[in-house]
Design a protein around this ligand. Structure first.
Ligand code: CP
Length: 312
């Protein structure tokens, strides 16, 4: 595997899932694999789970880790043929090439702008970085995808499912802020590949980009979608059509105990962080069918599997 930014970067996704399951059983099984190697992680946006789980995964493989917040004061120029006489002190050409001198693997977190859809959906920042880096790059969530989260989610479903082909519902949920579509996009991409019956439930106006909706059952009736579901995966995203906007929604799309009662005793999943009693009621996230903490714990094993394949 040369890089990890999306499902199609993975030559054998089933093998990667198996690696993650194996690391869940024995996280210390390959402590020498990364000896003498360094992971450098750049965060253009904040993180709790991705940062800590990927760092811990690298340590479990014997790697050294350097993290850098690229949020304030390090303003990179990404465009070519510009006169750099404004506030941008360094060009991505040098920055990516120089970081590659210190790293064996580079991780990058860079969220969508939510203002320029065309640029976001080219994954402009991530792909420009990859263009000028000379070592493998892992997406720690980009403008349009969050593949480490999605591998984690697949691992969580595979290790808890009670039926061979569970019904999985990705449901939009409310949020006071305008959020990227990356988690929803990526979850749909990986679930299309996984052996599940996927439904995407969203209010009118909140369809994901067409390439991520393909082949899914789609419903704008959340309660109807919940019927017979084995997994409810809640996530907010801003509109793709009216790009980045928060549109008015008639119904209440918060995940409540009453709605969960419509399911086949479904597990509740969310990538976290989550707004309690906005996205999901306390009774659901604190209930015995909630997987959110195990799901967050699985971030470690997904990251370890990915790093293991890049190193191996
Ligand atoms: N789920 C997730 O990516 O969490 P963080 O934003 O805390 O990394």
């Amino acid at each position: 595997m040369q890089q990890f930014t999306k499902l199609s970067d993975v030559p054998n996704p089933q093998q990667l899932l198996k690696d993650a399951i194996d690391f869940k059983q024995d996280p210390r099984s390959q402590e020498q694999l990364g000896k003498g190697k360094t992971l450098v992680m750049l965060f253009f946006n904040p993180s709790l789970r991705t940062r800590l789980s990927t760092q811990r995964a690298a340590l479990n493989l014997g790697m050294s880790v350097i993290s850098m917040n690229a949020t304030q004061g390090w303003n990179l120029e990404f465009e070519d043929n510009v006169v750099m006489n404004s506030d941008k002190a360094e060009h991505i050409r040098e920055a990516a090439a120089v970081i590659s001198q210190y790293a064996d693997v580079i991780g990058i977190r860079t969220f969508a702008s939510l203002s320029d859809r065309e640029k976001d959906y080219r994954d402009f920042v991530l792909n420009t970085f990859i263009q000028y880096a000379s070592v493998p790059v892992i997406s720690l969530e980009s403008a349009i995808r969050h593949p480490l989260q999605s591998l984690t989610d697949w691992l969580t479903i595979e290790t808890t499912k009670k039926v061979a082909r569970p019904k999985v519902v990705l449901t939009w949920a409310p949020h006071p802020k305008s959020l990227p579509q990356a988690v929803g996009n990526s979850f749909a991409e990986w679930m299309h590949f996984a052996d599940v019956d996927l439904t995407i439930a969203h209010p009118p106006g909140y369809a994901l980009a067409p390439e991520f909706m393909a082949d899914a059952n789609v419903s704008t009736d959340q309660k109807a979608a919940f019927e017979n579901a084995d997994y409810i995966y809640a996530k907010n995203w801003s509109a793709y059509g009216a790009y980045g906007q928060i549109l008015p929604v008639q119904e209440n799309w918060t995940i409540t105990a009453d709605k969960m009662a419509l399911t086949n005793d479904a597990h509740f999943m969310h990538c976290l962080p989550v707004r309690r009693n906005v996205v999901v009621a306390d009774a659901v996230i604190d209930g015995e069918r909630s997987l959110v903490i195990e799901q967050a714990g699985n971030r470690l094993f997904a990251a370890q599997a990915v790093l293991g394949r890049l190193l191996g």
